[in-house]
Design a protein around this ligand. Sequence first.
Ligand SMILES: [Zn+2]
Length: 379
Amino acid sequence: MRAAPSQEEVRRQNLGALLRYLHRHGAMSRAELTAKLGLNRSTIGALTADLAAASLVTEEAGRPAAAAGRSGRAGRPSLVVTPRSDAAYAYAASVEADRVRAARVGLGGVLLDRREAPRDAVAGEPASVAAGFVAELHGAAPRDVRCIGAGVAGVDTGVARAALTSVLPEGIPVVAGTVSDLAAVAEHARGAAAGCDNVIYLYGATGVTAGIIMDGRRFSGAGGAAGAVGHMVVNPGGHACACGARGCWETEVGEQALLRAAGRSGAGREAVRAVVDAADRGDARARDAVRQVGGWLGLGVANLVNIFNPDLVIFGEALRDIYLVAAASVRSRLNSIALGPNLSRLRLRTPALGDDAPMIGAAELAFEALLADPLDGRT
Ligand SMILES: [Zn+2]
């Protein structure tokens, strides 16, 4: 039997919960924190004092604008606790099919500085370009502020992590995750999936991958390779897939599937948008193509919904553009296949954080160590 947690362990857990809440939700009065975290006033007071002493938050009299009028009580205003984006930061980068992005992100999720470029406009290996951006950001960062780590989203997480590690000083931990996993993490932490604990983020570009959050935690599989939903076989007599199989989902819903159905050539997000725009304008062939891809999209989502029973499915990148014009086809096929109990709570959404989601998720991953133990053995 496990021993009950010591007072010190409870204090550390509470410090983590408090800092995590402020990091995700921003400045908040002590009174609100007391209500949201279910701790008593004196405990919140002691915890915020600890975080203030560690320079992770500031406390001052007054109410944040968002809280004004919410309590409905007159009298002495509660102290407002604000996470200090100027006191601790992480580097974040994402290496994606069409772009390379990097940023310095302060506590509270504040973008302090950023670099980005279209992938075809930069020479060199994309992970090295991202590392170059991080080196530039590091060169411009203030020296008296605590860097808590770096996170990177990439298709090949090992290569991406090695590239960032090579340009940062020893002692700065670098963590990595797949693009779709970290997009899901970002939307769960501070986007469309905030408050939902069972989420599937579909990242659609050349291929389709899924970031999966189950019971509030990132689900990556035994070797970190879960979420290859684009290779779920949906049409065994269909097109050959790059993986060697036939009829994988991404051969019916990926960028090339849409372009093929619309009778167009080209590749990439702009080519997808051109078809979607044509469908919007009433072009018959583009409309048929979007409807056809929407049907296949609904079929695959139905399988995922039956297996995982998520509260929320988010359509990211090119799938966002397709979903926005094909929502009716997606829903109709989904509703005809998925089981009733799995559909009853399901919502379909587009990302709230836009195309920055994987990079923001990389920052969240880097902040994880600080949020798990804000004082990190310092007291
Ligand atoms: Zn495949």
